[in-house]
Design a protein. Structure first.
Length: 53
C-alpha cells in the first residue's frame, strides 16, 4: 500500500508506484488523506475562458 498525504496532480503517487514496482513490489492500493480542489475556468460552461482560475 502506498500512502500520500495530499494528492494534487498525482505525480508523487505515480512516482512512488513506479519505484515500488521497480523494487519488485506490486502495490494493491494507493491511499491519500486529502486532495486539492479541481480548478475549472470560470466561464468554461459557456465556452469562453476568462483566463482566470
Amino acid at each position: 500500500m502506498l500512502v500520500d498525504d495530499v494528492v494534487t496532480s498525482g505525480a508523487t503517487a505515480r512516482e512512488g508506484l513506479r519505484a515500488l514496482r521497480a523494487a519488485g513490489c506490486e502495490p494493491v492500493a494507493i491511499v491519500a488523506v486529502a486532495r486539492t480542489a479541481r480548478r475549472v475556468p470560470a466561464r468554461a460552461a459557456h465556452g469562453q475562458s476568462s483566463g482566470v482560475w
